[in-house]
Design a protein around this ligand. Structure first.
Ligand code: NAD
Length: 355
């Protein structure tokens, strides 16, 4: 299986690449091409464990660059494309949306159009096997009230420039299926957390700030609810959906782990106090800051279609996954310290929240 991954130097993409490169299917290795522009969010250090492997290749390129994408398809000849490259941080999309439109909308269009051209020329057996998995977010559905869950049939209602750009890309992908027959599958996942997560997002920012005794900024009163999924559970879901999902279908991915932001931050403080005791409890570092404009109140996923249709189940509970994550940040300062130094400053303290 020859798998082209876009955005494979990012948080979820690097977990996916590590998974594919080291997990053969029926005794046969995946051959993986990772295409990544290496924006601020792309980090080759996240791939240190696989970078020397014979079944892994890297190409630094922008998915908006049509000629580069045509070259990549022609030379690598993928059986499967797993498209994760994106601008992913909501706060950045609010202060400057143009990169989000370029990569998430035009980049997805470019990749789709090159993939269609490539797929139409494939001989029959390879043509039937080809899949294009588009990795998206539950944020396209907008905000829930206190009750209810997002299903695959929930109407799109995005709130932020980020989620609007992802919604646009989802529509493009589905149109390329209906109009041209391209065998696409779409996944919409809830908030991820885990190792190698860029330290501007809520969970890694909280862990690192708490380790350093800095303030722990929380938007509003911390009442917003997110449905957290451990990144390795997401990666197994993506592999499963790409292999067994029906072309043209959407699958929601989530672990039934709804938590208020304030409870997530408090939990991290308690775990850290136990694993790396400090002079005073870390909860005293929590500081409420002005809320994000257009901040969605609650996200929660109904993953029944994926669970009963394709047999996927989340393996980590929030309690086990968050403890593993905190331990990882304690043990892997070599990874986050250079990022921390590069993005030091007030802005880093204020940017928070998962994508
Ligand atoms: P990330 O920001 O950590 O990584 C994005 C990667 O894409 C980076 O390596 C970056 O260099 C690369 N990239 C950006 N623009 C590019 C371009 N023009 N060409 C090539 N590469 C480019 O993001 P993530 O959190 O790993 O998210 C990956 C995907 O999963 C995104 O599509 C995101 O919308 C989706 N998603 C994320 C979450 C989450 O909680 N993080 C949840 C659901 C879905």
């Amino acid at each position: 299986m020859r798998v082209m991954v876009t955005g494979g130097a990012g948080f979820i993409g690097s977990a996916l690449v590590r998974h594919l490169v080291t997990n053969p299917v029926q005794g046969r290795e995946h051959c993986v091409l990772n295409i990544d522009k290496l924006t601020y969010a792309g980090n080759p250090a996240s791939l240190h464990s696989v970078s020397g492997r014979g079944n892994y290749r890297f190409m630094q390129a922008d998915i908006c660059d049509r000629a580069a994408m045509e070259r990549a398809f022609a030379q690598f000849r993928p059986d499967r494309v797993m498209h994760l490259a994106a601008e992913s941080h909501v706060d950045r999309s609010i202060t400057g949306a143009s990169d989000f439109m370029a990569t998430n909308v035009m980049g997805t269009f470019t990749l789709l159009d090159v993939a269609r051209d490539y797929w139409q020329r494939l001989p029959a057996p390879e043509r039937d096997r080809f899949r294009f998995l588009h990795v998206s977010t539950d944020e396209v559905y907008g905000s829930l009230g206190p009750q209810g869950l997002f299903a695959e049939t929930t109407p799109y209602d995005p709130s932020s420039p980020y989620s609007a750009s992802k919604a646009a890309s989802d529509h493009l992908v589905k149109a390329w299926h209906r109009t041209y027959g391209l065998p696409v599958v779409v996944s919409n996942c809830s908030n991820n957390y885990g190792p190698y997560h860029f330290p501007e997002k809520l969970i890694p920012l909280t862990i690192i700030n708490a380790l350093e005794g800095r303030r722990l900024p929380v938007y509003g009163r911390g009442e917003n609810v997110r449905d957290w999924l451990y990144v390795e559970d997401h990666v197994r879901a993506l592999d499963c959906i790409a292999a067994h999902g029906r072309p043209g279908e959407t699958y929601n991915v989530g672990g039934r782990n709804e938590r208020r932001n304030i409870d997530v931050v408090r939990r991290i403080c308690l775990i850290l106090d136990a694993m790396a005791p400090a002079a005073s409890p870390r909860e005293s570092l929590i500081e409420f800051v002005a809320d994000r404009p257009g901040h969605d109140a609650r996200y929660a996923i109904d993953a029944t279609k994926l669970e009963s249709g394709l047999g996927w189940r989340a393996q980590e509970t929030f309690e086990t996954g968050i403890a593993r994550t905190v331990r990882w940040y304690i043990d892997n300062e070599w990874w986050w310290r250079p990022l921390r130094n590069r993005y030091e400053g007030e802005r880093l303290g204020l940017l928070q929240e998962a994508a």
